[in-house]
Design a protein around this ligand. Sequence first.
Ligand code: NAD
Length: 296
Amino acid sequence: RAARIDGKGFAAGVRARVADHVAELTSVQGITPGLAVVLVGEDPASEVYVRNKARQTREVGMTGFEHKLAAETTQAELLTLLARLNADPAVHGILVQLPLPRHIDTEAVLAAIDPAKDVDGFHVSNVGLLATGQKALVPCTPLGCLMMLRDRLGSLKGLNAVVVGRSNIVGRPMAQLLLRDDCTVTVAHRHSRDLEAICRGADILVVAVGRPRMIPGDWIKPGATVIDVGINRIEAGDGRTRLVGDVDFDDAARVAGAITPVPGGVGPMTIACLLSNTLTACCRAHGLPEPEGLTA
Ligand code: NAD
């Protein structure tokens, strides 16, 4: 039976290492990393994420700046706030919680964030730096997946990696990171033919689709390492709901070498990587050495 990759425990370890670095930065250099989170409107899921981010930011000893703006906020007002945060030396990371209300142009907003403070790694300049193998700020979810893969497998060199899903926030940057670690990378998506055969060739299978349990155990190569990014809420009977991934966990665990559960796998790593990106951005801003093992 597959080893269960404990993302929750791994994330706690990453946060502890970030907290150690922050304590040292603060005591030795007098610098406290600061993360600004901007939320526009009242999406309940986004409010939960933002609250969790703010709490964990404080817990690792960083300064959190929360900006909650009304749903009617204009794009110009949002851009004015971002310009202020870009110029604020106490702010090392800026995150605009997505999705934004429809009257705001998301691409224009992401483009307005200083790439050096873009801790989500969504600015085209960071996307380009990643794609050309240069030093970038890397999107948090794929960064968390990469950390767990490296921890599990050591070198990823020469392995066949299959990424299912090609979104800008998960699939595409995941593929770039795996390429950078010398995997042979296949990116599959909704138009891919014979997904089953593609998945069967994967030593590393990362699934980020958003379809509950779409990958059955017999699509998985024996011994493969499976990273399930999907978070899907399904009916559990008796009127309750529960969270499942994009991979049929019980079925896949009979075949895989190791697999992340949902919940408790990739999810907790995402905020931990947001904090490590903020620390990285802070170190770079001050010309200090970057924290080892916490970047791509
Ligand atoms: P998305 O909707 O932006 O992208 C989904 C991708 O899956 C697309 O590229 C699409 O081509 C592909 N796809 C759709 N149907 C397919 C099919 N039948 N076969 C193969 N490919 C198919 O989604 P996303 O933002 O990348 O998120 C994917 C999942 O990951 C969601 O469940 C989301 O909730 C979850 N997620 C989790 C975290 C986390 O922190 N753990 C972060 C981001 C997203």
